[in-house]
Write a protein that binds this ligand. Structure first.
Ligand code: MN
Length: 380
């Protein structure tokens, strides 16, 4: 039986991953979460991992106390995440933490020769070059968990990679599809947190509303599949049934479809290349009747155009806009800024900073720090 460690086990992807692991009888080696100790304690009692990690160090002693009657070793902080990522007994590490925090554990898992099921898109946005070159060097597989990237990965099976023309990345359009810039000025936090198709954590739900999520996925796809930016087309597909598609040299287009349920891509990443029954619903195309497609509005949704410009410029720009976005979303969720300001802040990064190179992990950390300082100074 496969041995799996899950980083970010209490989030939306983490809990669905545990459902998939339970269905297939996988052994859970370790679980880690940011700070939700109630859920983490329950998960630990149910799945009996060897290790449990808590990122927020203030929660460490409480968690240790609660699990004192078990044999589970309790770890904390970034060291804890990295220890879990490097465990010898892991067959695969599923990384579903939110944000830049996921980068170092991903690098550690790859360095330890462990395959990674990657749901943490910021990892590839901020450190795509480092992650992919280390994975190549260590001969480690990175299985995408993000539904669009899983779709592309599935569409690439059995075909020649060099005969690929382009990929077609689908976007739901989020809750504000069809809005103009004026209308975006009046949206509330409750509006932004209400996604039409997917039930997700707060950060990614806001990213879906600004379309930053699609921008991050554009960059993620570039690294995962070694593409040029001009080989990636984004289309708005409101129903989230086609999870993405690829076009080959003969203009044949192959798409992957399914109900919008993350358990399908999670299961494919954990069981690759096997396909067995998934704990979800079957797709009924006649229930949908119509599938629609449209071009995204790059002018209104500034985050999307900014992300594409950032990866086209290269260097530290993707990392800078990602960290600026993390800070801006945090400020929006804390009611410090309006929704419309997220796009304004993120796009201003392209004007404020000069090109700088990323040659190692330290460069990523430096870019992350200056982008966050820039946003904090802009807001205050
Ligand atoms: Mn996605």
């Amino acid at each position: 039986m496969k041995k799996v460690s899950i980083l970010g086990s209490t989030g939306s992807i983490g809990t669905q991953s545990l459902e998939v692991c339970e269905k297939h009888g996988f052994e859970i080696t370790a679980l880690a979460a940011h700070s939700s100790i109630d859920t983490l304690e329950n998960q630990a009692r149910k799945f009996k991992p060897k290790y449990v990690g808590i990122y927020n160090e203030n929660k460490y002693s409480e968690l240790k106390k609660r699990l004192a009657d078990t044999n589970i070793k309790i770890l904390c902080g970034m060291d804890g995440l990295c220890k879990i990522a490097s465990l010898e007994e892991n067959d695969i590490v599923l990384n579903s933490v939110v944000g830049m925090v996921g980068l170092l554990p991903t690098l550690v898992a790859i360095n330890s020769g462990k395959d990674v099921a990657l749901a943490n898109k910021e990892t590839l946005v901020a450190g795509g070059k480092l992650v992919m070159s280390l994975a190549n060097k260590k001969n480690v597989n990175i299985y995408p968990v993000d539904s669009e990237h899983s779709a592309i990965f599935q569409c690439l099976q059995g075909n020649k990679r060099e005969q690929l023309n382009k990929i077609i990345l689908t976007a739901s359009g989020g809750p504000f599809y069809g809005y103009n810039y004026e209308q975006l000025k009046n949206v509330t936090k409750a509006d932004a947190l209400c996604h039409p198709n997917w039930d997700m954590g707060n950060k990614i739900t806001i990213d879906s509303a600004t379309l930053m999520n699609k921008g991050l996925e554009f960059i993620e796809a570039k690294w995962l599949f070694d593409l040029k930016p001009e080989q990636i087309e984004i289309i708005v597909h409101r129903q989230s049934v086609i999870h993405s598609a690829v076009e080959y040299k003969d203009f044949a287009v192959i798409a992957q479809l399914g109900v919008p349920d993350m358990k399908i891509p999670i299961q494919y990443a954990l069981l690759y290349p096997d396909r067995v029954e998934c704990p979800t619903k079957q797709l009924s195309l006649t229930d949908y009747g119509t599938l629609t497609f449209a071009k995204p509005d790059y002018e209104t949704f500034k985050c999307l155009s900014t992300a594409i410009e950032a990866i086209s410029r290269g260097g530290a720009f993707p990392c800078l806009i990602n960290s600026a976005n993390e800070e801006a979303v945090k400020a929006f969720l804390n009611d410090e800024i309006e929704f419309i300001q997220i796009g304004e802040i993120v796009s201003s990064v392209l004007e404020k900073f000069e090109y700088s190179n990323i040659s190692g992990y330290d460069d990523v950390i430096k870019a992350d720090r200056i982008a966050r300082e820039f946003v904090k100074n802009t807001i205050s």
